[in-house]
Design a protein around this ligand. Sequence first.
Ligand SMILES: Nc1ncnc2c1ncn2[C@@H]1O[C@H](COP(=O)(O)OP(=O)(O)OP(=O)(O)O)[C@@H](O)[C@H]1O
Length: 344
Amino acid sequence: MGDAHDSSRGRDDKAKGGGWKREEAGEGVARGQPRDASRATHKDGDTDSPPLPSAALSCRFAECCREEQRLNASALKLELEEKLFGQHLATEVILKALTGFKNNKNPKKPLTLSLHGWAGTGKNFVSQIVAENLHSKGLKSNFVHLFVSTLHFPHEQHIKLYQDQLQGWIRGNVSACASSVFIFDEMDKLHPGVIDAIKPFLDYYEQVDGVSYRKAIFMFLSNAGGDLITKTALDFWRAGRKREDIQLKDLEPVLSVGVFNNKHSGLWRSGLIDRNLIDYFIPFLPLEYRHVKMCVRAEMRARGSAVDEDIVTRVAEEMTFFPKGEKIYSDKGCKTVQSRLDFH
Ligand SMILES: Nc1ncnc2c1ncn2[C@@H]1O[C@H](COP(=O)(O)OP(=O)(O)OP(=O)(O)O)[C@@H](O)[C@H]1O
C-alpha cells in the first residue's frame, strides 16, 4: 500500500505547483471571499454565447471560470486510452461519468467519484488528466483544489477545525467558480468524520446558504479497498480469465461496502455512502509486469529518449511483485519507475 513517504515526491510537487490553495482560500474565507474571487477571476459563463470582447480579452491574461464549457470527450478518451495502462474499468467509468455530468445542463448534485486502488496504479495520474481536461491549467488552475490528508489535516485533535475550514474553503471556491474541482488525496489517512463536513454540499440541494454546488466535481483518492480489488483480480487470474473481463459490477458493490466498514478508509460509516452521495466507486487494478514496462517506455518517451528495451526490462525486473508465489502484481505499481530510470 502506498505510504506518505512513497508518494511524497509527487505530492510535494503538486502542492507546490499550486493545486492547493489552502492559505489563499483560508484567508479569503475568513473574510467571506476566497482569494480566487478577490483576484477578480472572470466568469465568462456560457461558451455557447461568446464572452464580450473585453471579457474575452481579460481571459487572455487571467484564468476564467468557464462554467458551461463542454468537455471534449473524444480528447479525454484518447488521452486515457493512450496514457493510462491496465485500467479498463477506470477509463470507462471516468469517461462516462464526466461526459454525462458535463453534458447535463442541470445536474441535480455535484459529481463525486471515489477512486480506489493499490499504490502507484494511476489514481493521482488520472486526476491530473481529468483536471487538465476540465480546466486547462490542470492542478495549477485556480479552480482545481488538491487536499492531501497527511499534509493538510494531520492532527486528530483538530478535526472540528478542519471541518470548519473545509466548509469555508469549498463554499468560497464554489462561489468563485461553480465548476470547481476538489481532489482529496490519501482519503485512507483522513481522520474519520472529517469528510462528513462537506456532506451538505454533495447532496441534492438546489442551494446551500445561497450557493449551488451542483456543477462542482469532487474526487476522493484512496488505497482503501486495494486488497479487495486485488483479490478479485487474482481470482480472475487464477481462473484463467482475462483481466479485461472484470466488470464494474464485480467490484463496485464490494468496494462501497468494504470502504464503509473500513475504519481506515476516510469514509468509515460515512454519511456520504449511507446517503448514496458517491456517484461512482472506481477500482484501479493492480499493475502487472507488462504494465510496468509500458510505464517505463512512456517515461522514456516523455524524457525525449529513444526506447531501449534492455533498460525497459531491467527497470521492470527491479520492481517487486506479489503475491509471493505467483508474483503477478507490482507492489508499488508504476510509482518508482521514474526514479529507477534515473539509474540507467
Ligand atoms: N495505470 C497507469 N498508467 C500509466 N502510468 C501510470 C499508471 N499508474 C501509475 N502510473 C505512473 O506512475 C506515477 C505514480 O502513479 P500515481 O501517483 O498516479 O499513483 P497512485 O495510484 O495515485 O498512488 P498512491 O495510492 O500511492 O497515491 C504516475 O505519475 C504515472 O507516471
